[in-house]
Write a protein that binds this ligand. Structure first.
Ligand code: SF4
Length: 445
């Protein structure tokens, strides 16, 4: 748990020697609490003080990584219970199962399908980061073969088996991919911890209830496994959701270290739509990794959309690079519209312009990621800012005409903008969805 300035002050020498560049130890302690300076600046801090401050500075939830290189996935490292308190740091890793009871050609086909799954929304790539190899057959050699097929997808890997023998067989094939081993129970803790330690892989601890989970995590830690992920075995969805919330609170609010690890949860049963609904709920309620069985893009996209929304920094709107964009084969006779660089606004306008089938230019104006009305009311969007954006994008050289279409919501700035730019201002629709019809009527031949 973070220490206050006064807590830190008690640990300092209190000589006010000024070697740290601060006038007093108290001033240094306050700056340290606000993370404005490092403890190293005080040469006289005792080893005990250094140890206490380092322990207090450790994050309440461990950051766990698995996979290697571009396929590395990370989970955990969270510091707040609610997103609005700061932000969430590690977007939930979405994993899709690859069961080892599939026959050769089917196994390869599913692995290939997993490899090609990729999504994009409001300009951001939304990957499926991991493949969860499932030891559905119970057979060690089939599990190892499926793990090899999973490796070819180039995604991070989770090996799911309760059997240490099967885990060992798969690890022999894919150890270098640094998979997440899932899972050790109280009965298999020793054997699974040995495998994880030898292969230097993170390990999942699986138990019923937070108390048993905490005990198992401590047992695995004392066996040398620090990189742990928790799997809460719960009898039903309600017990799972409340259990996950309890774990999160104990870890982040009470700084209860045994539960200070990310959580894996499963939404791999039922129809794809049921999996999507459950997975989205798990993303919202603190799962660091969610495993689904569906590879239906229409079921995966809502989960990824929920993840994107929850893991966006609430203090930093998602932004698009401010510049002039061509939609279609835009040329010298194409219309020019402007909008703001708030991603949701820009991509809504872009798709509606595209739907008009009239190649166009969209000038994306830097409004610090705010929407049209917000930007206008906050004076981040005015005639001078638009004129400057037009100049820096050299819009004049791109078109022969001098007509600019502005959002209907800022019709009020048309007069001043006309004076500032010398361009004829056409007031476009208020709602983006009207843009296709508007462009057809105003610009269509
Ligand atoms: Fe206090 Fe250390 Fe700064 Fe000296 S260097 S004033 S002891 S905090």
């Amino acid at each position: 748990m973070a220490l206050s300035g006064l807590d830190i002050f008690k640990l300092l020498p209190k000589t006010n020697c000024k070697k740290c560049g601060m006038p007093t130890c108290l001033a240094f302690a306050m700056a340290l609490a606000q993370k404005k300076v490092a403890l190293d600046k005080c040469p006289d801090a005792s080893p005990q003080a250094r140890e206490a401050l380092a322990a207090a500075a450790a994050p309440p939830m461990r950051l766990v990584t698995f996979g290697t290189g571009e396929a590395e996935a990370k989970t955990g490292g969270e510091t707040v219970l609610f997103r609005h308190e700061e932000k969430f740091h590690s977007p939930t890793v979405l994993a899709v199962t690859l069961p080892d009871d599939l026959a050769g050609a089917d196994l390869k086909a599913r692995a290939q399908a997993l490899k090609s799954l990729s999504f994009e929304r409001i300009g951001q790539a939304m990957p499926i980061e991991a493949v969860a190899v499932l030891n559905a057959s119970g057979d060690s050699s089939k599990f190892a073969a499926a793990a090899e097929a999973a490796k070819a997808t180039g995604k991070a890997m989770i090996l799911i088996s309760e059997k240490p023998d099967a885990m060992k067989a798969a690890l022999e094939k894919v150890k270098d991919a640094r998979p997440l081993l899932c899972a050790a129970t109280d009965a298999t803790a020793e054997a699974m911890a040995k495998l994880a330690k030898e292969a230097k892989c993170p390990l999942v601890a699986r138990a019923e209830g937070a108390e048993a989970l905490a005990a198992l995590a401590e047992k695995l830690k004392s066996a040398g496994c620090e990189d742990l992920v928790l799997w809460l075995d719960a009898p039903n969805g309600w017990a799972e959701m409340t259990g996950l919330a309890q774990i999160r609170k104990l870890a982040l609010k009470k700084n209860f270290r045994p539960l200070g690890h990310p959580v894996i949860a499963f939404a791999a049963e039922g129809e794809p739509e049921a999996q999507a609904a459950r997975a989205a709920a798990l993303v919202a309620k603190y799962a660091g990794i969610v495993v689904v069985a569906t590879i239906e893009p229409w079921a995966l996209l809502p989960i990824l959309t929920a993840r994107q929304n929850i893991y966006t920094d609430p203090q930093k709107p998602v932004q698009v690079e401010p510049k002039l964009y061509a939609v279609g084969e835009a040329g010298p006779d194409s219309p020019v519209l402007f909008t703001t660089n708030f991603s949701l606004t820009y991509y809504t306008v872009e798709s509606d312009v595209e739907a008009s089938r009239i190649p166009s230019w969209i000038l994306c104006v830097d409004t610090e990621g705010t929407s049209v009305l917000t930007a206008y009311s906050g004076d981040k969007l005015n005639e001078k800012i638009v004129a400057k954006a037009m100049k820096s994008a050299d819009v004049e050289s791109k078109v022969k005409h001098r007509k600019l279409i502005i959002p209907g919501y800022v019709a009020v700035m048309s007069g001043k903008l006309e004076e500032e730019t010398g361009w004829e201002i056409l007031v476009g629709p208020r709602e983006s969805s009207i843009i296709p019809r508007y462009l057809q009527e105003v610009w269509g031949s």
